[in-house]
Design a protein around this ligand. Sequence first.
Ligand code: CA
Length: 218
Amino acid sequence: MRVLVVEDEPKLAELIRHGLRKRGMSVDVAGNGESASVMAGATEYDLILLDVMLPGVDGFEVCRRLRSQEVWSPTVMLTALDDVEDRIRGLDSGADDYLSKPFSFDELMARVRAVTRRGAPRRPTQLSVGELTLDPAARTVERNGEPLPLTSRELSLLELFMRRPGEVLSRFELLEHAWDNAYEHRSNVIEVYIGYLRDKLGRETIETVRGAGYRLRT
Ligand code: CA
């Protein structure tokens, strides 16, 4: 396993490198955000340990950049700030997990095992299909950069389609993922909400596939 450690404190960087090497990993170290971005873009790392507080470009920005450059290496953020806001920012910028400093090496290794088990599939923080961009964290949708006013339920429904563009989704799948058991199912609730989405996105955006369901045109 090839690991990139991004850490500006040389002592801590060396400690982490030493610990990982002892466990058979190959480790490169970047001391700042700029070199981290370059290195992670050039080598397909199996794991990135990314400090948040870095001189210049911080860890959040490094993570955002890498994800926008389609670099999907599993990433664990290391933060000195035991701050909920920071953890949220880290995860929303595309990190897979976080660990607050000081951390136990055993816990770090457990998190590393957990995130690397999931592999490195494409997992953008924002969904883009055609002219539409949906941000699941901010709960916003834009068309060509113009915000679209969707209700929460409409947005959830659109998110399902945008996660599987071009695929036919059955009424059952849509119900199962966008509604919960507490909701009193009207038999035509899907049709009603597809209608709302079509009114706001344009009728041609969502296609009816007879006998099968609905499909988001890509
Ligand atoms: Ca630091």
